[in-house]
Design a protein around this ligand. Sequence first.
Ligand SMILES: [Zn+2]
Ligand SMILES: [Zn+2]
Length: 161
Amino acid sequence: MATMTEKRTNGQGQRRLSWDEYFMSIAEMVAKRSTCPRKSVGAVIVKAHQILSTGYNGSIRGMPHCTEVGCDMENGHCVATIHAEANALIQAARYGVAVDGAAIYVTASPCWNCFKLLANAGIQRIVYKEFYRDTRTLETAPKVGIILEEFKPDSQDDPAP
Ligand SMILES: [Zn+2]
Ligand SMILES: [Zn+2]
């Protein structure tokens, strides 16, 4: 019978990553593709421990990147980019991948607009690393049945989806 320690050790004798750690570390890698110097955000949509889609914040396809031409600032925010969560949903839509009931791992918690998109796309769980600005998401998530939670490294649980 496998002990807890054996189950949590990888082939190199190191502690094996939890699912949350695994997907959040991938979201952090995805964020490195961001092209807006204001903020780098990565998102990974997951269902049943499978990656369905990824996204990072960047310009409209075919338009120059913020890193090339500078940001388009409005009220202190760059409006040139499509946010990571929106791009992850768009990528799923583009290739016909159903995200209903899925989870999303994001390096920063969603803005209000992205939260609304995720809610209506049927995302059920949002795991964020850094809390970003908008407290409306915290108030609204429980009302619409979305689990919105801060990433906890080394979590022993194995939550679904
Ligand atoms: Zn920008
Ligand atoms: Zn957003």
